[in-house]
Design a protein around this ligand. Structure first.
Ligand SMILES: NC(=O)c1ccc[n+]([C@@H]2O[C@H](COP(=O)([O-])OP(=O)(O)OC[C@H]3O[C@@H](n4cnc5c(N)ncnc54)[C@H](OP(=O)(O)O)[C@@H]3O)[C@@H](O)[C@H]2O)c1
Length: 328
């Protein structure tokens, strides 16, 4: 019998159940994929907790790698036995196998393992969006990266640094600071749990010779957003792309002018890869960078799929560096 992780009510990790999930033959335009490695992302926590509401009961997860097991009518360009990955809905990647829209599957090259794909593709595409569509790195420009040792954070730090930007990473522990330095950050600020985000501002001003950063990449949200705005120099860009600490506060538009003609953007990778050609092209860039050794998959831990609740506990308690992968 096929199994998946499902939840019938939103809440803490205790709402996650291991349930039987009968497999129907793939419908028109669908492929059945047997998952071999499943990526855990912070958005899964938002779905489980109800911060991003889903119709219930629901499966969980948006990212997995696996092997095509069967093809429904009307699919093209895929073969049974082919290795593939995916990064979007319908939600339900925490499953041993499931049917998925074939047009949203990305073929995996031999140079990328299933585990690396599951660790990299969602977070890599997010980073690709940030550095290719939101802001192209400018050599010598100072940028601030929150949660710099996280799944997205390590990849983003590496990519920005590789292209010459001067990254100031923010992390909660000395161990995480070492990991971020190893990815090329110019400086790392340690803000322990319970620390005060406004304390970042003078440190960032000091590091940048008073000028502030060109861009602040903020995935922490509620606790950090105001400080991120205060860390920007004139004409700076605040990229609010996540909310690990809760929903970000509202920003009054006129304050952007007063603080120095600032810009604010809230990008979502789902919009940026909505077109199939954009998805395939961005995935190819990420996989090529991985194959050339410049974008490693940082796997913090592999856990059995059944233990998805433990993975969420690790992620929410800020105990991870890099990505978590679930193995069916
Ligand atoms: N917009 C998009 O399209 C998009 C796509 C993918 C991901 N994201 C966002 O990118 C962010 C990173 O995702 P990820 O899956 O790679 O997670 P992650 O960064 O591995 O984990 C979140 C990190 O945030 C930091 N953090 C600060 N305050 C926290 C709090 N109150 N609770 C929990 N964590 C806190 C922690 O690092 P420290 O302990 O070092 O502070 C923690 O390790 C998330 O906010 C996610 O929503 C956005």
């Amino acid at each position: 019998m096929n199994h998946r992780i499902a939840f019938h009510t939103t809440g803490g990790t205790e709402v996650l159940d291991w349930v039987e999930a009968p497999l129907l033959p793939p419908g028109p335009g669908e492929a059945r994929v047997r998952n071999t490695a499943i990526g855990v992302n912070f958005i899964d926590v938002y779905h489980r907790s109800g911060l991003y509401p889903l119709p219930l009961p629901s499966g969980l997860g948006l990212e997995a790698a696996g092997v095509v097991e069967a093809l429904g009518p009307g699919t093209s360009g895929l073969a049974v036995g082919q290795r593939v990955a995916h990064v979007d809905g319908p939600v339900g990647a925490y499953a041993e196998a499931r049917n998925h829209p074939a047009a949203r599957l990305v073929p995996l090259p031999d140079t990328v393992s299933d585990e690396a794909a599951a660790a990299l593709i969602f977070k890599g595409l997010t980073t690709h969006m940030l550095v290719r569509r939101v802001w192209r790195p400018v050599p010598e420009a100072w940028v601030l990266v929150h949660a710099a040792a996280g799944g997205v954070g390590l990849i983003l730090t590496r990519w920005l640094a590789m292209e010459g930007a001067r990254v100031i990473g923010v992390v909660s522990t000395p161990e995480k600071a070492e990991a971020v330095k190893a990815e090329g950050a110019q400086a790392v600020i340690i803000l322990p749990r319970g620390g005060s985000y406004p304390d970042l501002v003078p440190q960032v001003r000091d590091l940048t010779g008073g000028s502030g950063v060109r861009v602040a990449f903020d995935s922490v949200g509620r606790e950090s957003l105001e400080a991120s705005l205060d860390c920007l120099g004139p004409f700076g860009l605040l990229v609010s792309f996540g909310q690990a600490s809760g929903t970000p506060p509202a920003v009054e538009i006129s304050t952007l002018g007063r603080r120095g003609s600032l810009a604010l953007q809230r990008p979502s990778v789902m919009h940026h890869v909505a077109a199939a050609e954009d998805l395939q092209a961005a995935a190819l860039d990420v996989f090529e960078a991985h194959a050339r050794g410049i974008l490693p998959a940082h796997i913090h831990a592999r856990l059995p799929l059944r233990e998805a609740a433990r993975a969420h506990q690790l992620l929410e308690s800020r105990a991870t560096q890099g990505s978590l992968v679930l193995i069916p």
